[in-house]
Every structure is written in C-alpha cells, then in structure tokens.
Design a protein around this ligand. Sequence first.
Ligand SMILES: [Zn+2]
Ligand SMILES: [Zn+2]
Length: 652
Amino acid sequence: MENKNLSRRVFLHRVGVGTLGLATGSLGQSLAVAEESESITRLTEHLIVYHGHINVGIVRDGNKAFLIDCGDGSVANVLEDLEIRSVDQVIFTHHHRDQVCGAHPLAVGGTRIGVPAAERDYFDKVADYWNDPKNRWHVYCFHPHHIMLAEPVRVDITFSDGDVLRWGPAKIRVLTTPGHTDGSVSYLVEVDGQKVIFSGDVIADEGRVWDIHSLQKGFRRGNRQIRDYHGFLGARTELVESLGRLKSAKPDTLVPSHGHVMTDPIKAIDKLIQRLEVCYDKYVSISALRHYFPELFVDYADRKDHMVIRKGKTPPTCLRHYGTTWILLSKDKAALVMDCGANSVVRKIRELIDEGEISAVEGLWVTHYHDDHVDAIPEFQKTFNCPCITDRSVARVISNPLAWRLPCVSPNKARVDRATNDGESWQWREFKMTAYHLPGQTLYHSGLLVEGQGLRMLFVGDSFTASGIDDYCTSNRNWLGRGVGFDRCIALIEKLKPTHIFNCHVKEAFDFTPEQCHFMRANLAERERTFGELVLWDHANYGMDEQWVRCYPYEQQAKAGTRVELRVVVTNHSKERRTLSCRAVLPRLWDGRGTAASTNWAKADIPAKKEGEVALTLDIPADAQPGRYVIPIDVRYGTWNLPQFTEGIVTV
Ligand SMILES: [Zn+2]
Ligand SMILES: [Zn+2]
C-alpha cells in the first residue's frame, strides 16, 4: 500500500512531531525534541522498545512494524533509523491520552488501530464523554478516567481476554489487567524464544506505579456498594489480581508504559503488592471513613497500632444542626449560618424565624466548595439579605465554578461578599470569630474558630471526624508534607486547642487529644515516605494530586475570531526548583488541513514547593464552528516530557 511506505520526512509530518513545524519554520525545535528522547532497547532480534515519554513496543518483520502503544508518535523517528518503512498495526493497552495522543496520523496513514474492547468508546466516541454534564458537575464517579483523547481516533479491531494475534515472527496474547483503568489489558509477546509482557500502567517500575489517583475507585463490601468518591486506593484489589495474572504468565521481561524495563518481573511485582498493602494500612489507621462505614473495616478492628476512636461530645446549646448546616445562635437569637446545601435548610431557617427561635439571619459562612454545602446558596441569598463570608480559596471556586474542574463541584454560582485571609478575626455579637485556610478534605476549604460562652469551637467543614481525617477522594487535592494539607490542619488544632470540633455531616462534637494529634501527624509523615516510594515521581503528591498541572480557567466561553488566554498552573511538589514549558494543542477542526497545530512553548521557573504558571494565548479562527473544544496541553517539567498531560475547555 502506497500510503504505508512513508519517507522519513513524510512520516515525521504525519506522525505529528513536526506537523506544525514543517509549516511554520519551528521544525528545528520539533526535531530536537524528538532526538533528545530517542533511545531504544533491543530485547530480541525482532522486538525493540522505544523509550519516549512512554515505552513503545516495536515488533519488526523485515521493513514492517507492529507497535504496542504509540504515545505522542515520536517513535516514528527511530523507525526510519531501523529501516522500517511502514506500520501495519498499533495496539493499545488502555485509553489514557498519554498512550494514544499520537495515533491520529498513524490511523490516517493506514495503520490498523486495535484497542481493548472494554475501552473502545474512549477511543472513537470521546465527544460523548466530554459533552456529558455528569462528567463536569456534581462528579462523584471518576470512571472512565478524565485523561481521554480530545478528539476521536478510528478503531479497526478490539481485543478481549485470551485473544491471540499472530503477526510476523510474534505471537501476542491479550491478558485483561484492570486496575489502572477498568479496561486495561496487557500484551504477552512471544518472539525469538522470549516472553515479554507490555503491561501498560499496571506497574511502572519495581514496586512502583505511575500514579495513585488512577486507583481511586468505588468497591463492594458485603451488601454495601461504595462509590468512587469514597474509594481511595479502591482499585488496589483489582490491580493486585492483575499483577497475579502477569506473574502466572511467567514473563522473562516486563515492559511498563512509564518506568524502566523489568528483568525480574516476580520481584518487581511482589514489591508492588507489598507496598500497596503498607500504604493502605497507613491510610486506614487514621481514616474518617471508619466513622462513616465501620463495616468496611472489620478486618482492621482492634488494631492496637491504629488510632483509637474517642467518644463524641454533646454540642452546646447555642448550636443547631440541619442537613450539612450548623447554625450558631447568639444570646439575642441572631443567627450565623454555616453552609447551605439544600433548599430544605432555607425552609427550616424560615420556620425557626416564624417560631421565634431566630430573630435575624446575619451571615453565611462557607466551609468548602462541595455541592452538598453550596447548592442552595443562591436560594439562601434570595431569601436572606446578609453577607456571605469564606476563605479566599473557597471564594475563588464558588464565585466562578466554570473556571474549575473538581469533584462534587456545583454549577451554581454564589456571591461572596467577603473573602477572608488566614488568621483574620472579627467580632460577631458576643463571639470572637477567626477565619483560617484549612486545606483538609479539599485544598479549597476553610476553618472557623468561634470563641465565646467559655467555649472554643472549631468548625472544620468535612475535614475531620472523631476517627481521623477525611481524605478519601484524591481528586480533592489532599497534599502530603509538613506544613501542607492535613499536617497543616492538625498543627492548627494543636495550636488552637478547641474544646469542640464540628464536622458538617456529624451531629456530635468531638476533640482530639495531644497524643492523637501527634499520632496523626506521624502517620502523615510516614505516608509522605511510603506513598513517595510507591510512585515514580520524586514526591508522593505528584501521584496523589491529579491536578498538579491544571488549566485556569478550566472552561471559558469565547467568540469565533477572538483571542483567549489560558493559564497553565503547576504546583511544584519537589524540593528543588523546576522548569516548566507548555504549549496548547489546537483542535484539528480549527485547521483547514485537518492537522493539529499548537501554540508556541511558554516557559517559567517554579520555585520548590510553590505554585507557578505560564500563560498561553489561543486564536480562535473566525470560521470556527460553535461547539465545546477540548484543548490538551503539552507539558515539559524538569526532565519529564508529558504530552497532552492536562486540558482546558473553550466553548465557541
Ligand atoms: Zn495510564
Ligand atoms: Zn465536602
């Protein structure tokens, strides 16, 4: 077939490394990128691994090739050096955008595209995902994963467990290995007397995974179905079963998508299974989930090395609790309302006014941005004329939710009258109020200390229960490390010594002893180490925090023919300064030739443990059709090359 016999120049052009470069003169830069990452390992005469930003398997037969995953497509550059003239087929381990983003030019060039049957729609029907509001608002379900192709790619063939393909000198068997994604498969390649497994992101290196947030998943226990939101490391049992399947296949070599080729697969796998166990045990030890779902943790009952759960306390008489709302009443019956998640709370407050229990509603405090705490704020604000006050981090989200992609985010916009700084105090009636930034359950979370009537009451939103910390949803961005995340929150409790702590979902008050605070902080420090060992990165938070690279605004509306700005915000979780470079990949539909152009690279230095950003400008063509466009962002960060690692959305 003529279109499979590609010259190097044409191949480069088609495979995207230089698609824009050839047209605009930045080819030199594009080629440099490709050559920097050029390296291969010859596993056998007919089996080669290309180490790009992911490992790509190349089975060769004369001057033809068969690929396993393709990543950004830069593998094309080494095919020429290997005197390979055409790619017959490429098969994918899973749908993540970093595995697949270079597939389109191959598909156009006539290469057959093979994918796991269970994930087919995430290759050729991606618009269904992107345009479904349930993947944007009130998100409690994280499957399928979000890192999905921005634009579809044709699928020619699908695979299920046990399928066997024969191509040239190789026999390739499909093994379903869910865990990293629900439909992930691995490919056992038998060639030249060797057994090599390409395992996608099931394992990344000896004892390591590529990330932790992919393993967030709901699970079943007894009669109870736990949803994804409460499923921290919920996919670990599936993953461990998949790892067992890899072991049973007795490979000589294991090739992960991310990470090093493993020549002692059994040792690598056993170490990962053991580390997952250690990490989950550390997690359970101080988890608030033990309060909400004790039946899930019967295996851990009576563990002397886990934190003991203390008895609750009766709340003082100045408080009322409805739904997720606490109401603070002054002596003369003025009310300060905390959170408003449902219209029923507004009705209840009106009843209390009618019954004479409340004389006036004088303020609304918001603990965090989650929908069950903010959904009815617009209704509240229509009904009661009073200021809405919250921490700056919360104010930014709830006053402009379109700009954020977060779990359980509400599309309802709230008016914030006063955004507080950390530690800011004021007097309300007989109470002294002090506002705090409290990055516990989510990064966008506040705390409020109320002193009065001989009490020190700390309102912690959803961050704590008597059994510990509420970090069961990684997408909420709970960071590990001294002075951040829950460590910061517990240090605040140690300093403030509240007599009562209040959670929005719990009717009883509670407190922590100094020993419990010490225990929790020691546990978090251990987690920073053990979770850090579990991931490929130089800090646990890169594996925990799906949004360490994010676009701001996440979504924006714009007219055709105008220019928009997209900021790429990066949290440097490392101990050293890092260099960041980003560019936006533009929709193929914006280019008359149907190729995906990109913006120029923008660069910034990000100090250690700090947030930094680069700004990209996008010109929307005058003839752009109305629609919702997903704009992937290519990221280079320190030594990491991360094509299409995050995305923003522009609605024209
Ligand atoms: Zn992946
Ligand atoms: Zn919450």
